[in-house]
Design a protein around this ligand. Structure first.
Ligand code: R2B
Length: 253
């Protein structure tokens, strides 16, 4: 038995030509959607703790679609185990809230680098260590988005640990933000940060430390300049766009 504890599969499940590229989604339903829509010869490798994984082929190339779970601690476990299995490129396909007025619900953001405000990353690299995407993966994602006529933005993402306080939300159970978090959306807007999410910064630091390639494309599902809420009516279409940009990037890699 060579199963890794959290992935719940091992090298012997991956065959003679094991996948070197993994799509990584926070939501297990998105991991299943990617595999079900785009993979040939899909195998479900694991349904364990909501961190489900699938294997298949796209254009004859073996590929994984795995779930990171929400937030950097969970992502760090799944990515560590994927790398142990020989994965060399990880593309996060996520959801996100925009910070800039011209980044609209339904658009996609391709992260060139993260403002990484994530505790898990401190276990892997120093606070000031850069959190940047692989430039070739980012260009592949941008080429794919352009080719598909998507509204896309390439730039800096704020990767934080919490959905509420860390993204300056006061509409949840805690209406009182610490002084450091008051006016966060305005401050990040002035710093030209495009969007909030909760995984990419740690993924990028792991990539530089471990020596693999990483990229991130996120569907914009909230406009934080306007509201704290997710626009549920547009979520599926936005996620479909991010997925098709990620899949379309493969041919540029
Ligand atoms: C986006 O969506 C999740 C929070 O709702 C989290 O995983 C993220 O980065």
């Amino acid at each position: 038995m060579d199963k890794l504890y959290h992935l719940n599969f091992g090298k012997s499940d991956l065959g003679d030509n094991p996948p070197k590229i993994a799509f990584l989604s926070g939501d297990p339903a998105r991991a299943a959607q990617i595999a079900g829509t785009f993979f040939d010869k899909v195998t479900c490798l694991s349904e364990y703790r909501g961190l489900d994984s699938y294997m298949g082929k796209i254009g004859g190339v073996p590929i994984l679609s795995t779930t990171s779970g929400m937030g950097a601690p969970s992502l760090s476990i799944m990515v560590n185990e994927l790398i142990q299995l020989g994965v060399e490129t990880v593309i996060r396909v996520g959801t996100s809230g925009s910070i800039q007025p011209d980044v609209k619900v339904g658009d996609v953001v391709i992260t060139s680098g993260s403002l990484c405000v994530q505790g898990a990353a401190h276990d892997i690299a120093p606070r000031d260590y850069p959190a940047h995407a692989d430039p070739f993966v980012s260009v592949a994602l941008a080429n794919s988005a352009k080719e598909q006529g998507k509204n896309y933005h390439l730039g800096i993402t704020a990767s934080v640990d919490t959905f509420y306080e860390g993204q300056g939300r006061v509409s949840g159970a805690n209406p009182n933000l610490m002084r450091s978090h008051q006016g966060l959306v305005d401050e990040y807007q002035q710093l030209n940060v495009l969007n909030f999410e909760m995984e990419a910064g740690t993924l990028f630091k792991m990539a530089s430390v471990y020596g693999f390639k990483a990229g991130c494309v996120c569907a914009i599902i909230a406009e934080r300049v306007e509201s704290e809420n997710v626009v549920m009516e547009m979520k599926n279409a936005a996620v479909d766009s991010a997925i098709s940009v990620a899949v379309g990037a493969l041919k540029y890699l």
